[in-house]
Design a protein around this ligand. Structure first.
Ligand code: NDP
Length: 501
């Protein structure tokens, strides 16, 4: 039942063979109150990797109570900020020590190429914890010169409290880090719910966090389903803040649940359909590569994937064909193989969704320039593989241009000039990312200012950094993660008045 490739670390084998995975509540590994478990599968072949506890409402109540106790009683909230920094730094050190194990688990559970998992997911997670390890000693209020005589006024920036954090399956470990690191730096306590498809790396992370000295109850992990455990967290009266990454549809449900319960603070990082814009005056060789990498990275399962590729008329054929050829040349295979460039999609559901959009695109009149459908290699037939696909001759009003496909499928749309592309790029409900490829400085800045998106990349695409705010305009989200903005998400500002007379 369990994958046993020769190259798996002993730690991965032990982790997978160690019986059903439990929930982390109050520093203890416990079964779900119902005793239920569910399977997590290897998307490259459908084999069961492990069974995992299925949390539900009662487990949510237990985890929230543990997080509340840890928040109110300390020692996390009462220890010095320097001590909190040290624990967060130690978490990063332990992740680094177990980097290969994390990379392999992530590749097995999600399907992504292990090389990418090691470099970006695990490497990015380490950087992220280290960046936020620096913050606890720098969270401060201000003194404020108010207009009332003989009054001393100041602000305190304090942790928001108990935080529920619901994350998706596309970057399981890194999404956990994006949520946990700033919350812990701010002094909050957390309940993390990983996606049902990819629970494993969050469980290993929980184990290492305890080892790093994180006090019991400060970080709890509830594996389970969104409709049950996730919804119970969103509606819970004792959760002070909820942070969510995933679909816009579920983001709206989370906001409704927060509104109907205790008006908990909400931050949302949602979907996207990001325009990646190639002007004819760009360094076309570089832009072509950027266009291909912008969509095929992580099999297109990326909220900022450059999935609407706008190409100026004069270079349209050249760029579209290059991206199609680049996709055709990519090595599709099992993520654990070091030479794999395109692994499987995460699930059968995503496979159906993505191949469905390939058909919809053709019905709408787009032309398949590369890829399309599933690989013919019979060795891949049990996995959720699709070919990197380029849909050309498309229009921005097609469903394949307006809806998030979340696979290695790019819709290539021609444009005439700057005004035309700004209008088309903004004609969408999303606003997460955008790319601009041009050698004209004025044009780059003009378009960067005009595009309604939380991040704009000029002559590059897709990078993130723990120091730079990240989030969405329009229906791509609310709030900004990373940087100081990440600290703001997890703190409340208190104004204090002192009468000096
Ligand atoms: P979801 O938005 O359903 O899942 C994201 C997280 O939310 C998961 O942990 C999920 O739990 C949880 N969840 C689901 N329903 C609820 C609920 N009612 N209350 C609280 N939490 C809930 O995304 P899907 O996995 O269904 O993917 C569907 C589409 O969403 C993709 O095709 C893609 O377009 C988009 N997506 C966008 C992402 C992004 O980064 N912006 C990431 C992932 C998906 P569980 O999985 O356990 O059910």
């Amino acid at each position: 039942m369990v994958t046993t490739e020769a190259n798996l670390t002993q730690e991965v084998r032990d982790f997978l063979n160690d019986g059903p995975k439990k929930l982390l509540i109050g520093g203890q590994w416990v079964e779900a109150a119902s005793g239920k478990t569910f399977e997590t599968v290897d998307p490259s072949n459908g084999d069961v990797l492990a069974r995992v506890a299925e949390a539900d409402k009662e487990d949510v109540n237990r985890a929230v109570a543990a997080a509340r106790k840890a928040f109110e009683d300390g020692p996390w909230s009462t220890m010095t900020s320097a001590e909190r920094s040290q624990v967060i730094w130690k978490i990063a050190d332990l992740i680094e020590e177990h980097a290969d194990t994390f990379a392999q688990l992530e590749s097995l559970d999600n399907g992504k190429p292990v090389v990418v998992a090691r470099r970006d997911d695990v490497g990015g997670t380490i950087d992220y914890f280290r960046y936020y390890a620096g913050w606890p000693t720098k969270i401060e209020g201000h003194t404020v010169p108010v207009g009332v005589p003989q009054t001393f006024a100041y602000t305190l920036r304090q942790p928001v409290g108990v935080c529920a954090q619901i994350i998706p399956w596309n970057y399981p470990l890194m999404m956990a880090a994006w949520k946990l690191a700033p919350a812990l730096a701010a002094g909050c306590t957390c309940i993390l719910k990983p996606a049902e498809q990819t629970p494993l790396s969050a469980l290993l992370l929980g184990q290492l966090m305890l080892e790093a000295g994180l006090p019991a109850g400060v970080m709890n992990v509830l594996t389970g389903y969104g409709e049950t455990a996730g919804a119970a967290l969103a509606a819970h009266m004792q959760v002070d803040k909820i942070a969510f990454t995933g679909s816009t549809e579920v983001g709206k449900l989370i906001m409704q649940a927060a509104g109907k319960s205790n008006l908990k603070k909400v931050s949302l990082e949602l979907g996207g359909k990001s325009p990646n814009i190639v002007f004819a005056d760009a360094d076309i060789e570089v832009a072509k590569e950027g266009a291909a990498a912008g969509i095929f990275y992580n099999m297109g399962q990326d909220c900022t994937a450059g999935s609407r590729l706008f190409v100026q008329d004069r270079v349209y054929d050249e760029v579209a064909q290059y991206v199609a050829d680049a996709g055709n040349k990519m090595k599709v295979g099992r993520g654990l193989n070091e030479d794999t460039e395109i692994g499987p999609l995460v699930s059968e559901e995503q496979l159906q969704k993505v191949t469905g959009y390939m058909s919809i695109g053709q019905q709408e009149g787009a032309v398949v320039l590369g890829g399309g459908g599933r690989p013919s290699d019979s060795a891949l037939s049990r996995g959720f593989f699709v070919n990197p696909t380029v849909l050309g001759q498309a229009r921005n009003d097609m469903r394949i241009a307006q809806e998030e496909i979340f696979g290695p499928v790019v819709t290539v749309i021609p444009f005439k000039d700057v005004d035309d592309v700004i209008r088309q790029a903004n004609d969408i409900s999303y606003g997460l990312g955008a790319g601009i490829w041009t050698n004209n400085l004025q044009r780059a800045h003009r378009v960067a200012a005009a595009i309604k998106a939380g991040t704009v990349w000029v002559n590059t695409y897709g990078g993130t950094d723990p120091a730079l705010p990240f989030g969405g305009f329009k229906q791509s989200g609310i709030g900004r993660e990373m940087g100081y903005e990440g600290i703001e998400l997890y703190t409340e500002v208190k104004s204090v008045w002192v009468n000096l007379e």
